[in-house]
Design a protein around this ligand. Structure first.
Ligand SMILES: C[S@@+](CC[C@H](N)C(=O)[O-])C[C@H]1O[C@@H](n2cnc3c(N)ncnc32)[C@H](O)[C@@H]1O
Length: 287
């Protein structure tokens, strides 16, 4: 008589099939991540445990996470962690799940600052701290401050800085945009602000509108409210020749370009993401 307890391999494949049947993309990856999380296994551990039985006490834990995924909750939210730029960022309910397209702000920042002897960076609307912390992890002489209006998000960014061993070059400032920065000036200001028009939020997929915090999404009536504030005030917080890099929505490049040029920025450039959508605007303060 064989055991009726399913093996770990059978279990993750059965979960994969349930997620796939429910139309969830990346069903296989999600199934493996959920099983690994509940059983405390890394990727290799999952392979090596293929034939082992799922411990009895873990079956209901796993089932409750699968139910959450089937209800549309993103895996990153369920596990409270998201990989970004090769680093793990812990999440809390006040933080946006870092998105892969935001990595292009990190690419740009590293490339722009790599020859600078000791660059300073401000990250406005930091969430998990992912942009600034990925920059600091790759530029050992850089330091920076993270600003967020959400004290809970900022607490998570601070915890992530500590977990990544970057806290000595990282500062957390609570408040709205430039308000907590006093007179400070930076070599680079980066921001991925909320940029969804308020009325559009209702139309977003459930995994976004129900599980990402509203303060991370809502960019006001036309989605441009944060860009108006940032473009009007950034020059006062950048050194001469300092640079601003902003993530934008796919249809906002033209308007953000206009805002920045009316504030006297030069070398304004719009860059596309890997999907071919306008995703980042960069601009420089004249020297
Ligand atoms: C789109 S999320 C980006 C989070 C993170 N930088 C990322 O790329 O994953 C925007 C962030 O801006 C913050 N935020 C919204 N309004 C703000 C304000 N007035 N001042 C500072 N931060 C603000 C939100 O709390 C949220 O963390």
């Amino acid at each position: 008589m064989g055991s009726s307890v399913p093996s770990i391999g059978q279990t993750w494949r059965a979960i994969r099939d349930r997620l796939d049947t429910a139309g969830i993309p990346m069903a296989a990856l999600d199934a493996r991540l959920l099983v690994r999380h509940v059983l405390g296994l890394d990727a290799t551990g999952l392979i090596l445990s293929e034939s082992d039985p799922v411990p009895g006490g873990k079956v209901s834990d796993l089932e409750s996470l699968v139910a959450r995924r089937l209800a549309g909750e993103p895996v990153a939210r369920i596990l409270s962690v998201q990989e970004f730029y090769g680093l793990d960022f812990r999440l809390n309910p006040a933080t946006l799940i870092p998105r892969p397209e935001t990595e292009m702000l990190v690419d740009f920042s590293i490339e722009h600052l790599k020859s600078h002897p000791a660059p300073s960076v401000a990250d406005l609307g930091t969430g998990t701290g992912c942009i600034l912390l990925a920059v600091l992890a790759n530029l050992p002489k850089a330091s920076g401050v993270s600003v967020d209006i959400s004290a809970d998000a900022l607490d998570q960014a601070q915890a992530n800085a500590e977990a990544l061993g970057l806290a000595d070059r990282f500062g957390a400032r609570h408040g709205s945009w430039f308000e907590p920065l006093g007179e400070e000036k930076f070599d680079l200001i980066v921001s991925n602000p909320p940029y969804i028009a308020s009325a559009t939020i209702e139309t977003l997929e459930p995994g976004v509108k129900s599980f990402d915090p509203m303060a991370a999404l809502d960019g006001g009536p036309d989605g441009l409210a944060p860009y108006r504030i940032i473009s009007a005030q950034a020059r006062a917080h950048l050194v001469r020749g300092g640079v601003l890099a902003l993530e934008i929505g796919f249809d906002q490049g033209h308007m953000v370009n206009e805002l920045l040029s009316s504030e006297g920025f030069c070398d304004i450039a719009i860059a596309k993401d890997l999907a071919g959508h306008d995703r980042m605007v960069t601009a420089r303060v004249p020297k």
